[in-house]
Design a protein around this ligand. Structure first.
Ligand SMILES: [Zn+2]
Length: 564
């Protein structure tokens, strides 16, 4: 129960067993038998809600619960200067021009979990102030909310930057009237030359009054796109050219580039550092936890914070997370999506959370991955195999098992005396999950089954094989794609080394299409009992792999493949 409470209501049999063996090392030789005892208990515990778990545990083992909490807090390194704040406030700030992927799940999970660890607040902030190049899409606001809920990162407050434009305008006006900013009319090329030469723009030293009137002209539509940029004064000889007088507002052709939420209401839009910098202050963010690619942004914003007498939040910058064999570049994914290479953001080839969710990955896999890496500033590279192995460990104890035969081979079994009803467990280690039933229909001494096309080589070789949970047969040979086998006998100890093949009764076959990670479709048939699963169930096709039921349909049930 403690393990379940620690993992949002889902105990993991592997770690429960690990804890037991840690406390009783002399039991290690009996690990296998213990696992048989642990699994049904875990299933029972996992059927309780988090509230029920907490209630029972706090009644029976209050001291253990406290110990467990302390241990959990120990897992992430403490936040800098956390004791200086009466309440810790963190945020995740996605741009809804795309959905979340494994890479940026890290900022979300760490920011959320740190807020929770310190009993603080976690804010979701949509950064949607670029209607031209990083244009938000309405459906992505919702998918991102779903992504976060799925990850277990519920938020206490939501802010949307396109609702807060007046706040940025107000700060802009203050900076101008204090002489810390100016409206620059340079063309792009001229500005680049000035930056390279470390020479100030002549507009920089105009008095406050002309600056304010230029600002009003910007807001009133007196400048066209590209004709004026609001810049925050920094240091034109700053060693990093990217920091020299950074742009804070620009004019966008509002008719040509309407915003999906506020339409053509605004023609002056704040750039990233203005909007993000103002929000971190005004929303009371105490700790910003994000990738180290934001270090330059912090250096830019620090000028503005100093001018306005604000205190910059504590900043934790972590390294990049790369998943081998997976393209996590947002711009590349978006380009391919626009080009029609992918149909949707949950295309199985993508590393988006939406795609992983659709394929049956557990949010616990993503969370555990992020916790293992933590907020380290070094870059981390993990392999897909690691992600798959972690996920397998998490979904294996609860996934129902079914037979599925891709590229089926029509097989006639001869030498039968009678029809058979076969019961097979939904989970091999857990009889408590129930059974499924398959019927083998005997007709004139024979029955029809389907075998997997993947087993063709074994069947061609003529070696005796066992049909899983049924009996042993001897292949008699193919005629085209049709195979004849003859009944050999009940499984015995001597025949244990035979290949054991899954099968589907011809009379009960259910058409199934499995969408593979490369988006190809693998077609075949599964046993009838698959029809009892709901959309969203994570299952295992025996000897094929794990997946998630995407659509239940008598014409063709669709399953998305996770991994072997
Ligand atoms: Zn200029």
């Amino acid at each position: 129960m403690l393990n379940a409470i620690k993992h949002d209501g889902k105990a993991d049999p592997g770690s429960v067993l690990g804890n037991l063996l840690g406390e009783n090392p002399d039991l290690k030789p009996k690990a296998k038998e213990m696992m048989q005892l642990v699994r049904p208990v875990v299933v029972e515990v996992n059927s309780l809600s988090v509230e029920e778990l907490n209630r029972e545990a706090s009644e029976k083992w209050p001291e253990e619960l406290v110990k467990e909490k302390v241990e959990e807090e120990r897992k992430l390194p403490p936040l800098p200067n956390a004791d200086k704040y009466s309440q810790i406030v963190t945020r995740v700030a996605p741009n809804p021009d795309f959905v979340l992927h494994i890479g940026n799940a890290r900022a979300a999970v760490l920011s959320h979990d740190y807020a929770k660890m310190y009993k603080g607040r976690f804010i979701l902030r949509f950064e949607d102030t670029d209607p031209r190049l990083k244009k938000a899409q309405l459906e992505y606001y919702d998918i991102i909310r779903e992504d976060l809920r799925w990850l277990g990162c519920g938020w206490d407050e939501e802010a949307i930057q396109s609702d807060r434009i007046q706040n940025y305008y107000a700060v802009g006006k203050t900076l101008l009237s204090k002489g810390y900013a100016y409206v620059c009319q340079c063309e792009t090329e001229r500005w680049r030359a000035l930056v390279a030469a470390q020479t100030p723009c002549p507009d920089r030293e105009l008095g406050v009054e002309p600056q304010v009137s230029r600002w009003e002209r910007m807001l009133d539509g007196g400048y066209k796109e590209g004709e004026a940029v609001f810049r925050v004064k920094t240091d034109m000889s700053h060693p990093n050219p990217a920091i020299r007088d950074w742009p804070a507002f620009r004019v966008v052709d509002a008719e040509k580039n309407p915003h999906p939420r506020v339409g053509s209401k605004y023609r002056v839009w704040p750039l990233y550092n203005m909007a993000s910098g103002v929000d971190d202050h005004e929303l009371g963010i105490t700790h910003v936890i994000r990738g180290k690619e934001h270090l330059t942004n912090m250096a830019r914003q620090l000028f503005m914070y100093e001018y306005l007498g604000w205190k910059y939040p504590e900043a934790v910058h972590f390294g990049r997370l790369k998943v081998e064999g997976m393209n996590l570049s947002k711009s590349r994914m978006m380009k391919a999506l626009d080009a029609g290479e992918y149909k949707s953001v949950d295309d199985p080839r993508l590393g988006t959370l939406a795609a992983l969710r659709r394929r049956g990955f557990s949010p616990d896999t993503i969370r555990q991955l992020i916790w293992d890496i933590g907020p380290k500033p070094v870059d981390v590279k993990i392999s897909w195999d690691n992600v798959n192995a972690l996920n397998r460990k998490i979904i294996d104890p609860t996934a129902h098992r079914y037979y599925f035969v891709p590229d089926p081979i029509k097989t006639q079994v001869s030498g039968l005396q009678k029809s058979l009803e076969v019961k097979a467990p939904l989970h091999p280690q857990n009889a408590g999950m129930g059974m499924r039933t398959l019927h083998l229909q005997e007709d004139e001494g024979a029955a029809k089954v389907l075998l997997s096309g993947s087993d063709r080589a074994v069947l061609v070789s003529g070696k005796d094989v066992r049909l899983m949970g049924l009996f042993n047969v001897r292949p008699l040979g193919f005629s085209g794609n049709d195979l004849k086998v003859e009944f050999l006998g009940e499984p015995t100890k001597d025949s244990e080394s035979m290949p054991i093949l899954q099968w589907v009764p011809e009379e009960e076959k259910v058409p199934v299409g499995v969408v593979m990670p490369d988006a190809t479709l693998r077609e075949g048939f599964a046993e009838k009992a698959l029809g009892q699963e709901q959309v969203g169930s994570v299952i295992q096709f025996v000897r094929f792999g794990f997946g998630r039921v995407d659509e239940v349909n008598p014409n063709r049930t669709t399953v998305y493949f996770a991994h072997e």
